[in-house]
Write a protein that binds this ligand. Structure first.
Ligand code: ASP
Ligand code: MG
Length: 412
């Protein structure tokens, strides 16, 4: 008999009627003979509300209490779904993270899973009992405290559970019917992808696609969990296939570029006329690293006189003020003439495993963007992606231009 993990996000469990709809999807799979573990998120908006209360209570709150509070949203939906399933005549029970247990480290608010014990859930499959698991939460065993896995963490709970119970598949049900070539709200001709390689999905998620938590893709890749993204709003009696996230070898026809992602979550910092000598980059980036600020794109310009240079880089928008303060504090040591910043920037990226074997992929984009009058502020490339930093006002134009350029537009 095959085992299945079915994960439902916040919009899919937003109210009791939708929870009933979720239960119909679950019933279909159990009726087909699968052993099922369901992982649920909190009702949509619930986690935001809880986080808001925590912040209102005290600006410098205790992170372990934060977790105790925000984990409660998932407890409610797990219990409700179990009740609805039982009401439909199925065997089910809810599981909280600590009951499984799903073990994590103690990084409250963004804990990492260190191990999941699937044995109790598996034992109950013998009795055809459906496990309804509260996503997003775990247990730090040494302190005995509840932890959470970071926003969007239920995806990771589902994938880790699938690995632990050796599930044949992990279906991520959401409010869209799969992974798209880009955000359909920006490009109406975006297409649903049949298959995406793990590595591509990892880049897409890291570079701004919101459909899966990045960590969940990492876990799926490491444990080779067969992952499907599909819609919970399909008729439970007539389910559609969605997008399969799989190994590169399982991609039959691959395109050079698979998707275009964008992220407005970036801010640019430029240091003008920094001394052009060894140790300067370290003097800038070490203090930022020590403050846990993640620097992404970096460009250094060698100036004519070769005594000074300009360095531009990006940091997460939320860290912009902190990064600026750190650099201003060290102005004397770093010795730059001017610090300039920009927050109205966006990073647009093209991703595809086909880039490994094709040259000139990024060059074509630079040309196409130039023809549209889009100025590029910074560029980074890696084996299977490239990113450009541009003014936020050009987001739609740039995404559409690249989407067409690489032949991703759906035929009409
Ligand atoms: N409810 C949590 C959040 O909103 C976890 C999740 O939905 O995956 O971040
Ligand atoms: Mg989510």
């Amino acid at each position: 008999m095959s085992r299945l993990v079915m994960k439902f996000g916040g919009t899919s469990v937003a109210n009791i009627e939708r929870i009933r709809n979720v239960a119909r999807h679950v019933k279909r799979e159990t009726d087909a003979g699968h052993d099922v573990a369901v992982v649920v998120s909190a009702m949509s908006g619930k986690t935001d509300e809880l986080v808001g209360w925590v912040r209102e209570a005290a600006p410098l709150y205790d992170a372990s209490e934060y977790d105790a509070i925000v984990a409660s949203g998932e407890l409610v939906t797990a219990g409700l779904l179990a009740i609805v399933l039982k009401d439909m005549g199925l065997k089910a029970r809810s599981w909280q993270g600590w009951q499984i247990p799903l073990h994590t480290d103690d990084a409250h608010g963004a804990a990492r899973i260190v191990g999941v014990d699937g044995s109790k859930i598996i034992a109950r499959f013998a009795d055809r009992e459906i496990a309804v698991v509260a996503g997003f939460q775990g247990l730090h065993a040494a302190s005995g405290r509840v932890t959470t896995l970071g926003r969007g963490g239920s995806d990771t709970s589902a994938v880790a559970l699938a690995a632990a119970i050796n599930a044949d598949r992990c279906d991520i049900y959401t409010d869209v019917d799969g992974v798209y070539t880009t955000d359909p709200r920006v490009v109406p001709r975006a297409r649903r992808l049949e298959r995406v390689a793990f590595e591509e999905m990892l880049e897409m998620a890291s570079l701004g696609a919101k459909v899966l938590q990045v960590r969940s893709v990492e876990v799926a890749m490491v444990h080779k969990v067969k992952l499907i993204v599909r819609s919970s709003f399909d008729d439970p009696a007539d389910p559609k296939l969605g997008t399969l996230i799989c190994d590169e070898e399982d991609i039959v026809e691959s395109q050079v570029v698979t998707g275009i992602a964008f992220s407005k979550d970036e801010a640019q910092i430029t240091l003008r006329r920094v001394a052009d000598k060894p140790g300067v980059a370290a003097a800038i980036f070490m203090p930022l690293a020590e403050a846990n600020i993640n620097v992404d794109m970096i460009i250094q310009v060698v100036s004519d006189d070769t005594t000074t240079t300009d360095i531009t880089f990006t940091v997460p928008a939320a860290e912009y003020a902190r990064a600026k303060a750190i650099l201003e504090e060290r102005r004397g040591q770093i010795n730059y003439a001017l610090l300039q910043g920009a927050q109205d920037v966006v990073k647009v990226s093209a991703i595809g495993i086909g880039m490994r074997s094709h040259s000139g992929v990024a060059a074509r984009a630079f040309k196409a963007l130039a023809e549209k009058g889009v100025n590029i502020r910074a560029i980074t490339t890696s084996e299977i992606k490239f990113s450009v930093l541009i003014d936020a006002a050009y987001t739609e134009l740039a995404v559409r231009t690249l989407h067409s350029l690489y032949g991703l537009d759906a035929a009409i």
